[in-house]
Design a binder for this molecule. Sequence first.
Ligand code: GLN
Length: 276
Amino acid sequence: MKKFFAVLLAACMVAGTAVAFAGCGDDDMLRVATNAAFPPFEYKQGKAFTGVDMQIAKLLADDMGKTLEIVDMEFDSVINSVKSGDCAIGMAGMTVTETRKEQVDFTDEYYESAQVMIYKTGDTRFTGIDKEDVTATEIETFLSEQTDFTVGTQNGTTGYMYSHGDEGMGYDGYSNIETLGYTTGAAAARDIIEDKVDAVIIDRQPALMIAESVGGLTVIDCALTSEAYAFAVRKGDTETLNAANALLDELEENGELDKIINSFFDGTATFTYTNP
Ligand code: GLN
């Protein structure tokens, strides 16, 4: 019996060690989960990661005395990667939602965003709603009246939830419309040009940069939703949570957060869409 417990204990210790290694990785590294296809928050310039979140990630790693490692993955893998402890934090232009809150802890919110719609410039179906003072209600009516209409979105995003419908978010969705999920918003936008989708619904600032990069697209700059971004950490990981919140506080107080955001929003930052 004693021997059995000794073996069991040894097995647990090995298992415990394995979990510790798998869960925390290298203690000197800050592994950040992102989807680097979401300009201006995270995207690539050549091989380098850039964007608002990526700059904050670097500052966070410095504050924590760690080396930054960006782990680029599909957007809908970010939560799992943080949940499993593979990455310490998700920095991915991620909207705080009640459903996500059940899975991860969020930092303070650092940016307000909204879903908007992109369509092909010159597509006359959109003539009635492509005006400066268009309201969300007018766009919603337009969407609910379409037949044979497909909306492209990025998988796992609030854009998908808005178009498809999502109980947790309180979005009814559009049962008359087909909602397609893409790995990136840019690939969805490209498919507007290829006439494979009629519109794309995506976060406002990425919409503007992606549309410019793909070309031939118009963004209807009217908020269909009201959202706020925050960073995600594993539930109970107060070390990372507190470090990130302290940094956000500091950046807000000294005006650096606005500076970082503006440096990517002032039209100087460019995103180049490359066909995957
Ligand atoms: N803000 C959106 C969401 O959280 C989209 C994020 C993204 O595509 N990176 O779902």
